[in-house]
Design a protein around this ligand. Structure first.
Ligand code: PCA
Length: 325
C-alpha cells in the first residue's frame, strides 16, 4: 500500500508528460466524420500530406476518416479537451452550441456557391469568436454540394410528402422537417441505406455526393433538385496545441489550410455534377422542382431565417446585414 502511494503520483506524472504534445517530430490525430469517397476527406488527406512535406516530417498528421476514431457528435469536444489536436466537423451539428453555427443549414438563404461563400465570409468573424471561447481555432472549411430532396416517389408539392419520416442531420434540419409537416429522425450517413430499407425514414435532404456514395438507387427513386442550401465542414485545431508549435510549423499548417479551403470551393462544382450524373446513370429520376414546391419551401426558408435571427439578434443581425449588402 505504501509503495502504491509513492508510485502512483509518479506514474500519473509520467503519463501526463507522455501525452503532452511535443514541439518536435509530433504525431497528431485528426478524426473526420465522413468516409474516404467524400471530397472533404480527400482534402483532409491532402492537407496532412502538405504539412508533412513542408515540415520535413516534423509534424505528421494522421487522418482517421469515417468517424473511425471519434464519433461525429463527439469530435468538437475531443478537440476542445485535447484528446485529439484537430478534427473535422459538419458545422450545422454545432447549432445548439451557439446559433451562429446554424448559418450553415438555413434553407434558401444562400443557394449557389457564390452566395454560400459570401455568407461564410459574413459569418466567419462570429464563428471564430465562438470557437475561441471553446479553446478552438478555425483552420479551413469545405463546402458540400447543394442539398436536394430524395424521395421514393415524385414530389410536386409539400402535400405529397406530408406525414412521412424525414432524415435530419442537425438542429436546423429537424426544424425544417417539422415545418414541412414531416417527422424528423436523426440518422448518420453510414446508417442511411438501412434506415430507408427498414422504414425508419422515407425521405432526406442531402447532397448528390451522399446519395451517390450510399447507392441511393437501391432504396429510393426520385431526386428533386431544390438546391436549398450549401452546408460546410470545418477543420478546427486545439488552440493550446497550436500555440505550442514553433512559428515555422504554425505557418506550414496555415498555408496548407488556405490551400485546402481554396481547393474545396474550387472542386465542389465538378463534384456536384459528377455525383448527380451517377444518380441519373443508376436510374434515379433527377428533376427540377415544380414552382409550387419551390414556393412552399422558400416560404419555410423565410420563416427559418426569421426564427434564426430572433434567437440572438445582437450576434446574427450584423451577419445577415453583411451578407445581404
Ligand atoms: N452530406 C452529409 C452532410 C451534408 C451532405 O451533403 C450528410 O448528409 O450528413
Amino acid at each position: 500500500m505504501k509503495l502504491l502511494k509513492t508510485l502512483l503520483p509518479a506514474m500519473a506524472f509520467t503519463a501526463a508528460a507522455m501525452t503532452a504534445p511535443s514541439t518536435l517530430a509530433a504525431q497528431w490525430n485528426m478524426p473526420t466524420p465522413y468516409g474516404d469517397a467524400n471530397l472533404p476527406t480527400q482534402i483532409a488527406y491532402g492537407f496532412a500530406e502538405d504539412i508533412k512535406e513542408s515540415t520535413g516530417g516534423e509534424l505528421d498528421i494522421k487522418v482517421h476518416s469515417g468517424a473511425s476514431l471519434i464519433k461525429h457528435p463527439e469530435i468538437p469536444r475531443a478537440v476542445r479537451t485535447g484528446q485529439v489536436q484537430l478534427g473535422e466537423v459538419f458545422i450545422g451539428i454545432m447549432g445548439n452550441t451557439h446559433p451562429i453555427f446554424k448559418h450553415d443549414n438555413i434553407p434558401f438563404l444562400a443557394t449557389d456557391y457564390e452566395q454560400a461563400h459570401k455568407l461564410w465570409e459574413a459569418a466567419k468573424p462570429e464563428i471564430e469568436k465562438q470557437l475561441n471561447k471553446e479553446g478552438l481555432m478555425l483552420l479551413y472549411t469545405v463546402p458540400w454540394p447543394a442539398q436536394s430532396l430524395y424521395t421514393k416517389k415524385p414530389v410536386n408539392s409539400l402535400a405529397d410528402i406530408a406525414g412521412t419520416k424525414m432524415r435530419a442531420y442537425s438542429p436546423s434540419t429537424s426544424r425544417l422537417a417539422d415545418l414541412m409537416n414531416t417527422t424528423p429522425t436523426t440518422v448518420q450517413v453510414p446508417d442511411i441505406p438501412q434506415a430507408f430499407s427498414t422504414g425508419i425514414i422515407d425521405a432526406m435532404i442531402t447532397s448528390p455526393s451522399t446519395g451517390a456514395n450510399g447507392q441511393a438507387w437501391d432504396y429510393l427513386s426520385d431526386f428533386t433538385e431544390i438546391k436549398a442550401w450549401i452546408p460546410k465542414n470545418f477543420v478546427v485545431v486545439n488552440k493550446r496545441a497550436f500555440k505550442r508549435l514553433d512559428k515555422e510549423t504554425q505557418k506550414a499548417i496555415l498555408d496548407a489550410a488556405a490551400k485546402a479551403e481554396a481547393r474545396g470551393w474550387d472542386e465542389v462544382v465538378a463534384q456536384e455534377a459528377k455525383d448527380t450524373k451517377t444518380l441519373a446513370d443508376n436510374g434515379i429520376t433527377v428533376t427540377k422542382p415544380s414552382e409550387q414546391l419551390l414556393n412552399e419551401l422558400q416560404a419555410i426558408g423565410v420563416t427559418m431565417t426569421e426564427e434564426w435571427e430572433a434567437e440572438n439578434p445582437q450576434a446574427l443581425t450584423p451577419v445577415l446585414n453583411a451578407y445581404r449588402q
